[in-house]
Design a binder for this molecule. Sequence first.
Ligand code: PLP
Length: 386
Amino acid sequence: MAKGKLRFNTKLIHAGIEPDPTTGAVMTPIYQTSTYHQSSPGIHKGFEYSRTGNPTRKVLENNLAALENGKYGLCFGSGIAAIDALMKTLEPGDEVISTNDLYGGSYRLFTKIYEKFGIKFTFISMRDLQTLEKAISEKTKMIWAETPTNPMMNIIDIKALSEVAKEKGITLVVDNTFATPYLQRPLDLGADVVMHSLTKYIGGHSDVVMGALICKDDKLAEKLYFIQNSSGAICGPMDSFLVLRGIKTLHLRVQRHCENGARIAKYLKEHPKVEAVYWPGFEDHPNHHIAKSQMKDFGGMLSFSLKGNHKEDAFKLMSSFEVFTLAESLGGVESLVCHPVTMTHAAIPKEERESAGVVDSLIRLSVGVEDIEDLIEDLENALSKL
Ligand SMILES: *Cc1c(COP(=O)(O)O)cnc(C)c1O
């Protein structure tokens, strides 16, 4: 059976992975080496120096390419390093249109680093495409979309976006960190590049920081490999191994994340002390129908705000949890809670933040894979203290 034809869950475990040719080891070895023997100058077995390529990293890169139905995968030392590499394909004067409630670190990279080098960024809501068409100019070279967005769980129609991008010859990039390829595959919907923070669901165990880019286009891939090698923000073999191990259970974990997420979203929506719950699985979510059509399920991320919108209440709640851990990041097996205004979104100016809905009492949950009864009891108990 050709490995290219495997179904998704089988690909998680097998795509790009062969028993080690020298020993038969079933698990990909950690090739902890910086350099490789050459039989005569320039004659080697495909690897010459580990910045350029490493066998453990290569297996992960090929596996990720297969999961997203891409052709090329490239891994980096962090999600941000992956974004940084992609930004280096642009030239001064180029313009990028991005979602307005995006990951705070992406916003910081765009505005504090790349604007300085003459790249212009426009931040818009991509919930309706008229705003997008108005924002496009002749200089627009890239559209940057995140869906579901962080932390408001807005859903953007990737297919509709890709139609606009294709017509104008603009590269469409989708940050697929929240959804993972188990729930959503942007390249199949017409995107040109998928970006991941592997730190989150794909690694899945909160033990590694890494990122990836996946694409199909030969020319773009060539540019990206050149940048990966020339700028050098690569990841190590040990971390590559950990992510490969995490990927093998992605389907099982994400299924449980989704089940637990749904139960908690519904519980919170009924709670008298909760003002609003943001979760794409609700039928009254503004883009629920798009979520339903482009995602397999609704994910384990959700946000909610409190009646009265007091920051003090949010703080009290977050310090009362016993199972939810107050911490940045998301997508690990353990449930995490964070306060976007002071933690992940502190870099975004107040007006911009609030116009996107990121208010003082907003709390974001990354729902883990623990027993749901324990998670709900933890929420019940913490909310009862307000
Ligand atoms: C975490 C995250 C990033 C950045 O990735 P790092 O691995 O932390 O560098 C980018 N986008 C999203 C949506 C994220 O959650």
